[in-house]
Design a protein around this ligand. Structure first.
Ligand code: HEC
Length: 163
């Protein structure tokens, strides 16, 4: 009896763990190339953020500005051509606002040279990384960007009747 209860409890725990792991974030349906572009930008954001932290640890505010600047709005304009109209408005706005934050970080690092201020700005900006990752996932659509061809390749069932 005790043993049966244990087994049932274990089953319940493992099913709820599986349910929790299901990725229910909003899906962005992108082509391989578009996905590659977004993820490349993401890796640049991660390594840029790391470089800013390294510069902050030695109070090298010129280097903070140097690494923050490329993550600013200039980065967003470069990506615009590839992704125009593909990503939801809310996603774009969150991204733009993050790029603006990095421009501000660069400007203030140069003029105010206050590492504590930069740390606060960076930690505030990174709430946007967290918020966006909580909300979205990317899935690739194999035929995206190409005209639908499927119909031309369909079998003609009527041809197969015996002669
Ligand atoms: C506007 C939305 C958005 C913002 C803001 C954002 N990301 Fe992302 N990021 C994404 C999405 C979407 C993915 C893909 C997630 C998935 O498909 O599971 C991603 C993936 C990544 C990846 C994985 C890259 C790879 O090659 O697989 C890294 C690293 C990353 N983001 C870092 C960051 C960092 C650091 C920040 C903030 C400085 C940030 N992101 C801000 C949307 C965003």
């Amino acid at each position: 009896m005790q043993k049966t209860r244990m087994i049932i409890a274990c089953l319940l725990i493992s099913t709820s763990a599986i349910a929790a792991e299901k990725d229910s974030r909003q899906i962005l349906a992108l082509s391989e190339a578009q996905r590659g572009h977004v993820l490349e930008e993401m890796r640049a954001l991660l390594s840029g953020t790391r470089n800013i932290l390294a510069a902050l640890s030695t109070d090298d505010m010129a280097s903070v500005a140097k690494h923050a600047h490329p993550l600013g709005l200039g980065m967003a304009h470069k990506a615009e051509d590839h992704l125009k109209g593909v990503l939801p408005k809310e996603f774009m706005q969150l991204g733009m606002s993050l790029h603006q934050d990095f421009d501000q970080i660069a400007v203030d690092a140069e003029s105010k040279k206050d590492s504590k201020l930069t740390l606060r700005q960076l930690s505030d900006a990174m709430t946007k990384c967290v918020a966006c990752h909580d909300a979205y996932q990317i899935r690739t659509t194999p035929a995206s960007g190409q005209p639908a061809q499927a119909q031309g390749h369909q079998h003609h069932h009527h041809d197969s009747h015996p002669k």
